[in-house]
Write a protein that binds this ligand. Sequence first.
Ligand code: UD1
Length: 373
Amino acid sequence: MKPSKRFALIAGARPNFMKIAPIMKAMQRYPEFEVCLIHTGQHYDKNLSDIFFQELGIRRPDVALGVGSGSHAKQTAEVMVAVERLLVEAQEQSQPFTALIVVGDVNSTMAAALAASKLHIPVVHVEAGLRSRDRTMPEEINRLVTDSISDLLLCSEPAGVENLISEGHPAANVHLVGNVMIDTLLNEVARAKQQNTLALYDLIPKQYAVVTLHRPGNVDHPQTLKAILEVLAKTSERLPIVFPVHPRTRSRIDQFGLQGILDKASGCRAVEPLGYLDCLCLTSQAKVVVTDSGGLQEESTALGVPCLTLRPNTERPITCSEGTGTLIGSSAELLDRKLQEVLCGTYKAGKCPELWDGKAAIRITDLLAGLFR
Ligand code: UD1
């Protein structure tokens, strides 16, 4: 059958790549679907982008927009201009897109959704409805804007559905489909555990912590970042830490002259950002994850590994209410107390949320097939 439905699928930054992989695969089940994969180039480093395509078997993007880094306005505007051009060209060549699919909450997500919406191309948002209610987070603005102009809102947890309904979205446009990021995790975890990552960093299963930090709220202020690094250094005296350092965090550590804190912490290994399989190899066998990442909160819950979330709020409340997550905010005292619980085995056990079952992308594509018949 000749494809008759053309979908533009947008990927921009690291957390998008593990979400698009299962969607692309599930779309192949429908011969009438054609997918145009568009990489905005928001993340361009090998370790933040290419390695995910290789490891997850995602084909080369059909279009690479090469937008790169910049201020929020510049990055957003450049993605909008480039996506608009692409969508208009497709219309002029009589190959219009049936819909545009965006995932997550990065600048590329919002920018592409805006461009499509103004051309009256239906927008499908995967991971819709999440709200931290903290408008100082750039992602919260991206989530609010993207959802407000999306035509089909696909949620990973019940809170997403509740938020969207209370914001006035018609129930017919909102669907609980589950978590596509966990589709990828369940597909890859056995393979990830075969990696030799633990040996590489001299780690023993269940006897180390994985730490990641990249939120502007944690890393962009010298005092906040210094306090977090000091707590980590102290923690590493009790439990070895492996700390893959995001480029934003690396540049802030250098800019604020904080490298000395890490140098003195002999139990803390600061390493380059990791690929998907190395990261999953480490997190799946960790004693505890300490993070401000949205994705790692969810992955820890799916893996049943305690997650101490270095944020005052989360847009993914199910990771705390049902899963293994606890919000720590910036309290060194609470972090210390919860770590103690983890180490002496009294920390809560979580459960994996409903529909985080490896089949979210199948549900999404079945919905698309029904709606865009
Ligand atoms: C972005 C997303 C965030 C997501 C995170 C995962 C937004 C607003 N933020 O944040 O939601 O959790 O990705 O990593 O979209 N840089 C590189 N190499 C790259 C990309 C960036 O060195 O390949 C450096 C640049 O100096 C850049 C900085 O990292 O200015 C920040 O990158 P940016 O994409 O603006 O935001 P992230 O902090 O990565």
